[in-house]
Design a protein around this ligand. Structure first.
Ligand SMILES: [Zn+2]
Length: 320
């Protein structure tokens, strides 16, 4: 797969701003200016709504301005956002925020592999998580998984938390919002074991996929959805992902920013300090959609329509 040159990236950034709803009023002058600049492009002007399946709006880098970030995202067509919980308190915070934006924000409840070290004993943590998950607003279990990156808790600590969260998802039949880095083999071992006996796994999303082509093909064979972030715009780190993305059928694709993480050049367009890449913001999602479309050799409209349909099915979101 050919890399995007700087000029191509610039063009992509301009064209995907045409996801802005035509004539939509904007309280943000800079976003409105971008909209009018892009009005010469008609390819995506009537583009379908987008869903950011990972916007960490309770993160300290975004929380104080969450309302602004939600507004700016909606101005560029991001109609709904998933706010993942990374530990028990964060899951509760995601629930509280989502209650203020019914039909727009969708919280998940889980313990991220990085956070297992601060969650205390396994059993009390799992009881509290199960209680949280009884709230029907939580449509998903996670973010959970395995991450063997440097600085993460020992695998021996991560594994039982992951296994128990998978078990909770099997029991509650809520889909799994999964995180995996440098741990593909043990990660699939846990999921295969859970799938071996009826009723098997609920639907699974491997969010922010950054692995290899062979890992991707294993996840697709296991029936998982694949979440793609602006990681694919990072050079050279995103080269492998750009090269294997064509493997992903459109009916298994979701798009996400993972804001405030996974920033890329231009992600803060319309915000203060637009040259910075941190914190990334959910209004950067149209740029991710365009980059995914370029890497897959399909139109941005196709990526938008399919990823939105997949997200709404997976998270049980009615259109908004
Ligand atoms: Zn993650």
């Amino acid at each position: 797969m050919q890399e995007l040159s700087g000029q191509e990236h610039h063009t992509a950034a301009r064209s995907c701003l045409a996801f802005l709803p035509a004539g939509a009023p904007s309280p943000h002058p800079s976003a409105a200016a971008q909209s009018s600049r892009s009005s010469s492009s008609t390819t995506c002007a009537a583009g379908p709504p987008l869903v950011d399946v990972d916007a960490n709006l309770c993160h300290e880098a975004l929380a104080a301005d969450a309302a602004v970030h939600i507004d700016m995202a909606r101005d560029v067509g991001v109609r709904q956002m998933v706010v993942p919980g990374s530990d028990l308190a964060d899951s509760k915070a995601a629930l509280d925020l989502a209650r203020k934006y019914p039909g727009i924000l969708y919280p998940t409840a889980g313990i991220h592999p990085y956070c297992v070290k601060d969650c205390g004993e396994l059993e009390p943590a799992m009881s509290t998580l199960a209680e949280l998950l009884a709230d029907p607003l939580f449509t998903c279990v996670g973010e959970c998984g395995l991450d063997f990156s440097e600085g993460f808790p020992e695998p021996e600590l991560q594994l039982p938390f992951f296994e128990r969260q998978v078990q909770l998802a099997v029991e509650t039949r809520k889909p799994l919002f999964l995180h995996e880095r440098l741990a593909s083999r043990p990660f699939t071992d846990v999921l295969r074991a859970a799938n071996a006996a009826p009723p098997g796994l609920p639907p699974c999303l491997v969010h922010c996929f950054t692995g290899t082509g062979s890992e991707l093909s294993v996840y697709l064979q296991m029936g998982f959805y694949i979440g793609v972030t602006g990681f694919l715009l990072k050079k050279p780190h995103g080269n492998v992902l750009r090269g294997c993305l064509q493997q992903v059928p459109l009916d298994r694709l979701m798009v996400e920013t993972d804001a405030p993480y996974l920033g890329f050049p231009g992600c803060r367009k319309g915000h203060s300090q637009p040259k910075r890449q941190y914190p990334n913001v959910p209004s950067a999602l149209p740029l991710v959609v365009q980059a995914v479309a370029d890497a897959m050799g399909v139109s941005a409209l196709d990526v938008a329509a399919h990823s939105t349909r997949n997200a709404r099915k997976f998270f049980g979101m009615p259109p908004a």
